[in-house]
Design a protein around this ligand. Sequence first.
Ligand SMILES: Nc1ncnc2c1ncn2[C@@H]1O[C@H](COP(=O)(O)OP(=O)(O)OP(=O)(O)O)[C@@H](O)[C@H]1O
Length: 249
Amino acid sequence: MIELKSISKTFNAGKPNEVKALGKLNLEIKEKEFVVIVGSNGSGKTTLLNLVAGTILPDTGSISIAGNNATKLADYQRSKWIARIFQNPLSGTAADLSILDNFRLAALRTQNKGLTIGKNEKFKTLVREKIAALGMGLEDKTEQPIGTLSGGQRQALTLMMSVMDECKILLLDEPTAALDPRSAENVMRTADALIKQYGLTAILVTHNLKDAANYGSRIIQMSEGEILKDISTAEKTKLKQAELFEWFG
Ligand SMILES: Nc1ncnc2c1ncn2[C@@H]1O[C@H](COP(=O)(O)OP(=O)(O)OP(=O)(O)O)[C@@H](O)[C@H]1O
């Protein structure tokens, strides 16, 4: 589903503040795999997500997404395959617009459904059903500005918006870092359930080793722009949480 071949990325090349963020990185992620990426600050995790999303382009190497050569495609050209959730719950939604209008905008993102569908009763009913499935009691608040909701509620809705379209890949960039522990757990549970339900391929970047242990089918540890460890599903199920903390702590 995602294939990175010999990808390298250097920022400010040739200047005194040059940073080699990724060096000749190879990574293949299969369809429906849920990869958790851990690693210390500055190890290249977000750069890797940015390269997959297309917000930055690689210096060398190639990127294939869903069987397409995406190496030179900009982020908006990849958005039909990829949805992304950021650390800040305020990113990805328009605070002053209602929950429903935010879902309309999200539906327009991939330009598959068009404005008419976004306006009709069928769309409203579908949105209410999807929101009800989150079990947060937000289905009767769809006319309320999304900015009035808590960070956890917004993250859960942003997740639902992302997967309602035809996206196949979900990128989660520390999605719970700004949330209290309980909301964080709810958001991670919601993400995990949606990934399974919609059969998504997912990448989660996190500093939370408990989440790395509890979620996902594969763990990758990055260090100085390279993959240091790559733990497969079979190995991960055998790993005890204590061992994981020892390895990555
Ligand atoms: N746009 C940029 N311009 C210059 N340097 C950058 C840019 N983006 C990232 N870097 C540098 O590249 C390196 C990798 O950064 P990246 O954000 O990918 O790390 P990370 O593993 O996600 O870190 P963190 O856990 O702190 O979020 C860092 O040294 C960072 O300072």
